[in-house]
Ligand binder design. Structure first.
Ligand code: C2E
Length: 719
């Protein structure tokens, strides 16, 4: 799996660092709490130990006081002291020795009221130290300070011979004024024995006396003070540290927990890394397929060009800036694409579309858009630098590019293109309006003949509106049977006899009066109404045919109607239902019908002929006029267009053309009719050329059916 640098740094920044930070903070907080609890526990314990030392010393002092007091009030001692001479052996045994052996007092003195030492007992080895004076000095001071109303009983720490010691002084006897009493004095040094006892009492270990000036910070220390509050020594001990004990117990557990948490975190981070990696690659794939989906949603699959949605989007953008930079919208429609598709198949059609796209792309700049709307419709959003001139140039380039032949399956094919152009801001600034106007211009381009480019003009819009109105009025007229069919006679060559009638549609518009078919037939073709219209005309013509069985009745068939599904069957059915003879009906088709799809046209023509209809090729000479072409189609008649007939008067060339058409027509066994014969000279020329039938105002205009009878019975045309 490929790891991108940005993914790595993102993971480190967003996941790893915060997680490590949380971990570190948690560990620091846990350590701090643990160490704080340890210290606090130790400190609290130390305070308690201080209290224990203090209480133990007090208790020890109180015991010393009680030990002394029992002797100080002893009657035998008082009697012995009242004797003239002191019984020292008795004193040693009962006072000094007793206090020393029983209670470990090391120095014992009795001071007489006259301030003389009357009795002295000093533990062996201590007499030489001369403690007596110092002890007596302290005792005298206490005696002097003592209140007169009660016996003196005092125990306090003193410093004796540079060592701390416990001094106890009691007045002997029951005298209420201790200042005149004998004093029992005893001393107990704070020595190893004392400390041992103190340790047992207090349960503190390592008790020892240290020098007060000890620079070492000893947390477990207790300053021994005399009555004046002066330090006489410092007690130190090995402190009990429950906090540290707890730490020793909890510490390893916490450490193990920390290690376990760290391992879990490492495993989690690793898993997170792997799943993030998977997620990231899934997201990458997703965004890639999203981009692909986006591309498909906005591009034409065949050519890869922007599709309608993207074109509309880009057009919207371009139109936003249209006030500053004009925008041209070109709608392109290939002229003979259907032909190519039908002749060479859909694969060839697809390659043609791709080739068209390839030819269009180099004609525009990067800022412009070439798109495909579907089928053979292309669109270009063009940003012209020099307004209409450069648009016209582009159009010409497009027409030239698409006029060049296309190589399809080893064959050359020609298509050509019609282009409609709308330019913003002058034509419109709104997308839909631009599309509509470019479409109108395209319609106009096609209408003018293929291979054209038309810039939108306001009049086109008007004509479109007029056409739309006309289409709806025509629909109404057809529904309400306001249309009529007139009939124009087809004459024999000398104009003496009516051979047939051509059915021609007439529309007397309530407001506009007579509307020529040339105006409304194309509209009916565009809207598809022509199928219904044509069938209605045929139905009317059948009635006339039934009435005049000796005449052929010609009916115009539009290319749209000709190619509509089930055409042959439907018109056969109409003729049958109207009880007419199909052999009496002559269907007039134009060359265009044959050109568009020769194969299909041939099948339809064969079908019509099999159904009994005769086929006439109308307006002959206006289209491709290829007689060679005719050999492929089994038609019965050609009708030379009236433009040729009218040019008969102006030059010999027309005569020659007509003569050769007639000759070839005859050679193919076809009847040749001349349309639009207006003068007798035209009639004579056509007769000379060998035409078979004539049609024109010279004989009659199209007339309503109720006048056919009078036309036929008039002496002129009854033959
Ligand atoms: N200047 C001149 N014109 C003459 C002369 N003799 C006949 N015409 C006109 O020439 C046209 C002949 O019909 P078209 O070539 O089939 O041309 C027809 C045909 O293509 C189409 N059309 C008319 N009726 C129908 C219809 O029922 N169905 C279809 N599909 N097309 C129709 O409309 C076209 C025009 O029809 P119309 O206006 O009736 O025009 C008719 C007719 O009135 C003449 O001596 N001089």
């Amino acid at each position: 799996m490929k790891i991108t640098n940005s993914f790595r740094s993102h993971f480190i920044r967003e996941i790893l660092l915060p997680l490590v930070a949380v971990l570190v903070i948690t560990f620091i907080a846990a350590s701090a709490t643990l160490s704080w609890a340890t210290v606090k526990n130790n400190q609290d314990a130390l305070k308690v130990q201080h209290g224990i030392i203090h209480a133990s010393l007090l208790q020890s002092a109180e015991e010393m006081r009680q030990q002394q007091q029992s002797l100080a009030q002893w009657r035998l001692l008082i009697e012995h002291l009242q004797a003239a001479s002191l019984d020292v052996p008795w004193m040693d045994e009962n006072i000094g020795g007793w206090l020393s052996q029983m209670f470990n007092h090391q120095l014992v003195y009795i001071l007489s009221a006259g301030q003389q030492i009357r009795y002295r007992w000093e533990r062996p080895g201590m007499a030489a130290n001369g403690y007596a004076d110092e002890v007596v000095e302290n005792a005298r001071r206490w005696q002097a300070d003592a209140p007169a109303i009660q016996p003196l009983q005092r125990v306090a720490l003193i410093r004796l011979g540079g060592r701390p010691a416990m001094l106890a002084v009691s007045s002997i006897g029951a005298s209420s004024d201790p200042r005149n009493a004998d004093l029992l004095i005893s001393v107990r040094f704070i020595d190893a024995d004392y400390l041992q006892a103190l340790s047992e009492r207090s349960h503190l270990q390592g008790l020892r006396i240290i020098e007060d000036g000890n620079p070492l910070p000893l947390p477990a220390r207790y300053t021994l003070r005399n009555l004046q509050g002066q330090a006489v020594g410092v007690l130190s001990w090995q402190p009990d540290k429950p906090g540290s004990r707890m730490l020793r117990f909890i510490g390893p557990v916490v450490l193990v927990v920390v290690i376990i948490i760290t391992i879990i975190c490492i495993v989690m981070i690793r898993r997170l890394w792997l799943s993030s990696l998977r997620l990231s690659s899934t997201l990458l794939q997703l965004s890639a397929s999203e981009a692909q989906a986006q591309h498909i949603a906005f591009h034409d699959v065949l050519t890869g060009l922007p599709n309608r949605a993207l074109v509309e989007n880009r057009l919207n953008h371009s139109l936003l800036a249209a006030q500053k930079q004009s925008v041209a919208l070109l709608l392109l429609d290939l002229d003979r694409f259907k032909n190519v598709n039908d002749t060479f198949g859909h694969h060839a059609g697809d390659s043609l579309i791709v080739e068209v796209a390839n030819r269009l792309l180099p004609l525009v700049n990067n800022v412009d858009t070439v798109g495909r709307l579907g089928g053979d419709e292309f669109v270009i959003i063009y940003h012209p630098e020099k307004s209409a001139r450069s648009v016209a140039l582009l159009c010409q380039n497009i027409i030239d590019a698409l006029n060049r032949p296309f190589m399809l399956l080893g064959n050359e094919a020609w298509v050509g293109v019609s282009i409609g152009v709308a330019i913003a801001p002058q034509d419109a600034v709104d997308r839909q309006e631009m599309m509509r106007k470019a479409d109108i211009a395209l319609y106009e381009a096609k209408h003018q003949g293929r291979g054209q480019c038309c810039l939108f003009a306001a009049r086109m819009d008007e004509s479109i509106k007029t056409r739309q109105l006309m289409a709806s009025e025509l629909r109404q007229a057809l529904q309400q049977e306001k249309l009529q069919v007139y009939y124009q006679p087809l004459m024999n060559i000398d104009g003496s006899r009516v051979m047939g009638l051509e059915a021609l549609l007439r529309w007397h518009h309530p407001g506009k009066g007579f509307v020529p078919p040339a105006e409304f037939i194309p509209i009916a073709e565009e809207t598809g109404q022509i199928v219904q219209l044509g069938e209605w005309v045929l139905r009317e013509a059948c009635r006339v045919a039934r009435q005049w069985p000796q005449l052929s009745i010609a009916v115009n068939v539009s290319p749209i109607q000709f190619r509509s599904a089930g055409f042959v069957e439907r018109i056969s059915e109409i003729v049958r239902s109207e009880q007419a003879d199909s052999q009496q009906i002559e269907l007039e088709i134009t060359e265009g019908v044959l050109m568009d799809d020769t194969q299909e046209a041939k099948v339809i023509i064969d079908g019509l002929r099999a159904a009994g209809f005769r086929i006439a090729l109308d307006d002959f000479g206006t289209g491709y006029s290829s007689l060679n072409y005719l050999s492929h189609f089994p038609v019965d008649k050609i009708k030379i267009d009236r433009s040729f007939i009218q040019s008969l008067d102006s030059g010999e060339n027309a005569t020659a053309i007509i003569e050769s058409v007639v000759k070839l027509g005859h050679a193919m066994g076809l009847t040749v009719t001349a349309e639009g014969v207006e003068t007798s000279s035209q009639m004579s020329a056509l007769a000379e050329a060998g035409c078979n039938q004539l049609q024109g105002y010279l004989f009659s205009e199209a007339i309503p059916p109720d006048r056919i009878a009078s036309l036929l019975s008039s002496g002129d045309y009854s033959g």
